[in-house]
Design a protein around this ligand. Structure first.
Ligand code: PGA
Length: 266
């Protein structure tokens, strides 16, 4: 794991954006894995800003989102399709037909939908760079604690903690879905590069468990220890429970020299 500790969430967003900017400049048909939630909003703002300054071209980009609520209409205000449109897709020159989310309604078989999503990712040549947040309970995507480390895109029942954490985003008269389709842990581990962003003290324990804890289904993010190219970009608050911080900072300084010389994706 490459651990990058930065001052605040603005720096985290800028740093993560730099990886995407470099990927898009290097690949003719890049495939991005995207995430929803509060954490990547600043990242998407950075990307929109760079696009508006003519520094980014999304016309050949294909995207796959990590997850989507079960049985939710795409135009529902709470759908992750709406989130992506409102925060990114509607402000850049991406072909919306190349933007994918793992959907499933009541009339569809979740297993068939999951398999079809996996196949679509394969057809696109796999995901070059997957963006991730982390739940306070260590989840990535909606892979809640107890998720199989070999899981693929499927329907998951959300935990009480996730429902409580996300209830802030719902008005009292709005229905909060309790299930979601999500890429599995194995799907995420297949991405060529993975960037996990985390900010704020409420993520500090999950970040510590992800980096220094045992690899366990009880902390799905700990599975990233098995990834060859997992980049963890966090602010000082999210890093606050991490032991050996000085070591991680020293390692990153050395990595920085290599990145400056050879580019980010080495
Ligand atoms: P958040 O969610 O960015 O809204 O904190 C992260 C996640 O649950 O993966």
């Amino acid at each position: 794991m490459q651990i990058i500790i930065l001052k605040n969430q603005e720096q985290v967003a800028k740093n993560a954006a730099n990886w995407i900017i470099e990927l898009l400049s290097k690949r003719t048909h890049p495939t991005l894995g995207l995430a929803t939630g509060s954490t990547p909003i600043n990242l998407y703002q950075e990307l929109v800003k760079n696009y508006q300054q003519n520094k980014l071209d999304f016309s050949n980009v294909t995207t796959f989102n990590l997850d989507e609520y079960h049985n939710i209409a795409p135009d529902n205000a709470q759908s992750y399709r709406t989130f992506m449109k409102d925060n990114l897709f509607d402000f850049i020159n991406i072909n919306q037909e190349n933007t994918h989310l793992p959907t499933c309604n009541n009339e569809q078989n979740p297993r068939g939908q999951g398999l079809a999503y996996e196949e679509k990712i394969k057809q696109a040549g796999g995901i070059d760079l997957q963006i991730l947040g982390i739940g306070a309970n260590g989840h990535i995507g909606f892979n809640e604690p107890t998720s199989s480390l070999s899981s693929r895109t499927r329907l998951k029942t959300l935990t009480e903690q996730t429902l409580v954490d996300n209830s802030r985003l719902f008005n009292t008269d709005e229905h909060q879905p309790t299930m979601a389709m999500t890429m599995g842990i194995a799907t995420i581990l297949d991405a060529k590069f993975v960037i996990l962003m985390a900010t704020g003290k409420n993520k500090a324990k999950a970040v510590k468990d992800m980096i220094t804890g045992p690899i366990t289904a009880m902390c799905p993010a700990s599975s990233l220890q098995l990834h060859e190219h997992a980049i963890i970009i966090i602010d000082e608050d999210a890093a606050s429970e991490l032991p050996n911080q000085q070591y991680f900072i020293r390692v990153d300084k050395e990595h920085q020299k290599i990145r400056n010389k050879y580019g980010l994706f080495v």
